[in-house]
Write a protein that binds this ligand. Sequence first.
Ligand SMILES: [Ca+2]
Ligand SMILES: [Ca+2]
Ligand SMILES: [Ca+2]
Length: 342
Amino acid sequence: MTFYWLRNPAATPSRARGFTLVELLMTIMVITVLTSMVLFAMAGAQNTAKENRTRAQVARLQELVMTEYEQYESRPIPPLNPAFEAAVAAQNVATGGKLVAQMRARARLEAVRELMRMEMPSRIDDVIFDPAVLASRPALNQAYLRRINSLPGGPTSWTGDYQQAECLYMIISKIPSGDVSALEFFQQDEIGDVDGDGMPEILDGFGNPIRWLRWAPGFLSNKQSSLSGDGDPFDPMGVDARENTVLATTPPTRLAFTMYPVVFSAGPDGKEGITMDFGSSVNYGPAASGPPYPSWNASLFWNDPYRLYNDPDNGLMFMGTPLPSAPNDYLDNIDGHSTVAR
Ligand SMILES: [Ca+2]
Ligand SMILES: [Ca+2]
Ligand SMILES: [Ca+2]
């Protein structure tokens, strides 16, 4: 039996129907939403990777500076400036010779603070200012000076931008690790010179210089607080008058307390949002405007861990204090106090 297909014009199927405009628009919308979801997820993953990398870098740097910092508790003191020694002796005479041990402790404390300032700098002035307590510049500080002096544009071509990061780089470059420096722990692409002044910085996952503050009394964390009740471990005899000055807050605030250096990244937003040594030395508040600075010599102020910075926008501030003028900038920072357990 044979069937013949009879052409019936009425039965001819119409050409495959196209998409209507609404369907097309719906399809485009769905594709757009899916694409943006994928892109968003990818960007999120990239940001997480950058954050993780930064966290690891900050933790490593924090460990390195903590190891150096802790050594100063038992650091032998080099010869002192004769003028400083004479001032110590005069004080001892004035107290009837009864405070010899305290005076020695005082001299040691001032010397240790100056060693830290010159060997673990976090600002340009820390490196270049003359010693006031020590008889001469420590060898490590002289090495830093040689580096600055060898800049193609001379020592003054070292700019204040990222100075905390540039100091951190110099410190790490001089920490020995076997036959090489601790800088070898870092890849080539982790080192840069964002401000192009010839002084390198270690860069975080977002490409911004990783900074540090040796002393940051305004930086409150799970590790350090003026409310903690812990005294300065470098001043076991409490010879800094502030060691015994406690403000009647609840709980009581100490003017001298245990501080830890803090290494930090400005985070994804690239803004640090805390008080640092932004400006020149004239911006620092001396004893009169800060907490009482017990000193035989006003220039010892440069070695004062609790010195104040006169911020043009925010007034007198302790280093490390979140900036009231930009209260959200510090929130995404990645700091060594929260990345390191010790
Ligand atoms: Ca610079
Ligand atoms: Ca630089
Ligand atoms: Ca930030």
